[in-house]
Design a protein around this ligand. Structure first.
Ligand code: TA6
Length: 310
């Protein structure tokens, strides 16, 4: 037998919690905790971590893990009566041994299918029956893909809001720029969700930011000048994009180091402004695809094909 590690391995993570490790032959990897259906790590083929995970992250269910990609469902933020960001990130998910097929057949080997179904307790706080399936895939070039499929198996329609609360790892927040959101309208969480229009050329950071950009393009670029790295984020089914950095407020977040805000940036594909409504039997699909490429990327060059070709 060769010493090569398998593309999918189920093992124990922090505090003995179950996790799935995905590996791609060229060396990239990802880790997913069943607690929260939560991606906590995504590494490129040099072993560099691309997601931010707090050094103070607490791996004790039902507490959500600080960093990685928490799933916000069935409510984003405080946009409803549930606790902040809903409860999917606080629950144990299961491996879905027999997921319904996807329309396109993929040759990727490094993927895992998870499922989350509400418990009796969950139904008391949000009385709707559904199956939430999440496929996490590591592509041959090290791209990370998350596909959520939420099916209404109830007898009545229901509505929800959603986000992939993606924490990207950045060298220094002051050296980061986002392209693709300039001139868009946003709701400012720091100003009672009031609506504004973005004025600047590109989004840069010098203080706390907590904005929900509306009607965003399917591709957004996050450029880390110091690391000379560009994250290309593609999304589908998720019209909004939340941008968050707590800055000094990090001091008041118990599971985030005081200075860690300098090394994180949340860019979160989301459906917030208009809730998704599913009739009985209907399914919604929301997809996030992340790639990290060297920054030969220049301002205005938003075509990710060109980004990928350098
Ligand atoms: O996505 C941004 C946000 O909603 C912020 O308002 C901020 O509070 C953040 O999420 C973190 O929320 P959490 O519940 O994980 O502390």
């Amino acid at each position: 037998m060769s010493g090569e590690k398998p593309p999918v391995e189920i093992c124990k993570g922090v505090n003995g919690l179950d996790k799935v490790v995905l590996r791609e032959v060229r060396g990239s990897s990802a880790e997913v905790y069943l607690h929260g259906g939560h991606v906590t790590s995504w590494r490129n083929d040099h072993g560099e971590e691309l997601l931010f995970l707090s050094t103070k992250a607490i791996f004790k269910p039902p507490k959500a893990i600080r960093g990685g990609i928490p799933i916000c469902f069935p409510q984003f933020g405080s946009h409803g009566n549930l606790d902040q960001h809903g409860f999917a990130r606080n629950r144990f998910w299961s491996i879905d041994a027999n997921p319904p097929p996807f329309p396109t057949v993929s040759t990727n080997k490094a993927f895992t299918d998870l499922i989350f179904k509400p418990s009796e307790e969950d139904l008391k706080i949000w009385p709707h029956s559904y199956e939430f399936r999440l496929r996490i895939t590591l592509g041959p070039g090290g791209d990370l893909m998350l596909t959520s499929r939420i099916r209404n198996i109830d007898t009545k329609p229901f509505s929800f809001t959603f986000a992939y609360h993606t924490y990207l790892s950045v060298s220094d927040i002051s050296e980061v720029r986002i392209e693709g959101l300039e001139t868009l309208d946003y709701l400012d969480n720091l100003k009672a969700k009031e609506r504004f229009t973005e004025q600047g050329d590109a989004i840069t950071f010098e203080a706390e930011v907590d904005k929900i950009y509306l009607g965003t393009p399917t591709k957004i670029a996050i450029i880390d000048h110091e690391k000379k790295r560009t994250f290309v984020l593609r999304k589908d089914g998720l019209p909004d994009a939340v941008v968050w950095n707590p800055w000094e407020k990090a001091k008041s977040i118990a599971d985030l180091g005081d200075d860690e805000y300098k090394h994180m940036l949340c860019v979160e594909p989301a459906a917030v402004e208009k809730a998704i409504t599913l009739k009985p039997g209907e399914e919604w699909k929301g997809r996030l695809e992340l790639s990290a490429v060297p920054s030969s990327y220049r301002s205005g060059q938003l075509d990710p094909q060109r980004v990928l070709q350098g």
